[in-house]
Write a protein that binds this ligand. Structure first.
Ligand code: F3S
Length: 90
């Protein structure tokens, strides 16, 4: 199990989530962030920090966004780690 970053993050990247993550498991793609599922400890600290509510427990990801579970697993290892807040895209 892992937390998963979904659609509302796309084009936003508020990055409020990264500063509360005790496992430093966020990775930055060009348009959105991804959580490395093998590093996430399921603490859920990031969930209430995300303004557009993009982060869900894997089992709770809404049906239209289920593909983001595999996308996080696929993309996190390919992107640089991010642990500090930066200006959002919008
Ligand atoms: Fe994205 Fe929300 Fe984090 S918009 S960068 S998941 S705070």
């Amino acid at each position: 199990m892992s937390m998963v970053v979904t659609e509302p993050c796309f084009g936003c990247k508020h990055t409020d989530c990264v500063v509360v993550c005790p496992a430093d498991c966020f990775y930055e793609g060009e348009s959105m962030l991804f959580i490395h599922p093998d590093e996430c400890i399921d603490c859920g600290a990031c969930v209430p920090e995300c303004p557009p509510q993009a982060i869900f427990y894997e089992d709770d990801v809404p049906e239209p966004w289920r593909d983001y579970i595999a996308l996080n697993r696929e993309m996190a290892p390919l992107c640089p780690n991010i642990t500090e807040k930066k200006a959002p895209l919008q």
